[in-house]
Design a protein. Structure first.
Length: 218
């Protein structure tokens, strides 16, 4: 089920509603029981924490269907322990939906990460982007050794996702799940807008053994 291509200039309030009707008709043509089954509840195996960027839709780029992925998105896929929205989604996903995987997915060319690399004031979002500047500070030696700004940009996108995974593992939500023997793995990915492919950053974890002792709950 692929949406038909149209110019963004042609998208209107009315065209969105018409598009919905077309999607329903196409979906029912493929699977007459689709909405009946969908309305019975959800049991997604995956929580996706991604960027709000309109070009990075979780279901489309992973070739999955509605109901397969529970999604939380924010500017630049930031994961910090003070974000009650993210923590609420995480708690519900882990303790109610019993997801088996949590994926933090960034994307190359991320406007939020790019803004964090600069010194211009953007607005209230400056307070949010400071979290990404902290990621730069943690990895400053590595980033400053890279040959140019483009490579630093790409690497900071990756490191932001890596730190997101690490921050997830520090939450009591995730650690309690592991302590209780729940199957739960955390992963860091980056999506390329230029190729459509996802890069696995190889930072998966399924217990707190990689955490510094200070972050482990007893």
């Amino acid at each position: 089920m692929c949406a038909k291509q149209q110019n963004t200039e042609d998208i209107t309030y009315e065209s969105l509603l018409e598009g919905n009707k077309e999607w329903v008709a196409e979906t029912l043509n493929e699977d007459p029981a689709f909405f009946d089954n969908l309305s019975k509840g959800q049991k997604p195996p995956v929580l996706w924490i991604g960027c709000s960027d309109s070009r990075v839709p979780a279901n489309q780029i992973t070739h999955t269907r509605p109901g397969d992925i529970f999604v939380h998105r924010n500017i630049a896929n930031v994961v910090v322990g003070t974000d009650l929205n993210m923590l609420s989604v995480l708690d519900y996903s882990v303790n109610v939906l019993k997801v088996r995987h949590v994926i933090v997915c960034g994307h190359y060319g991320c406007g939020g990460v790019n803004a964090a690399l600069g010194n211009a004031q953007v607005g209230i979002i400056d307070n949010w982007l400071r979290n990404i500047k902290d990621v730069y500070r943690l990895h400053e030696d590595e980033l400053n050794q890279l040959p140019d700004s483009d490579s630093r940009f790409d690497r900071l996108v990756e490191l932001n996702a890596v730190e997101g995974v690490y921050n997830l593992s520090k939450t009591n939500i995730v650690q309690n799940a592991w302590r209780n023997g729940q199957e739960l793995s955390l992963h860091g990915w980056v999506y390329s807008l230029k190729t459509g492919l996802i890069k696995d950053l190889q930072v998966s974890c399924k217990n707190n053994e990689q955490l510094a002792p200070i972050f482990r709950f007893g």
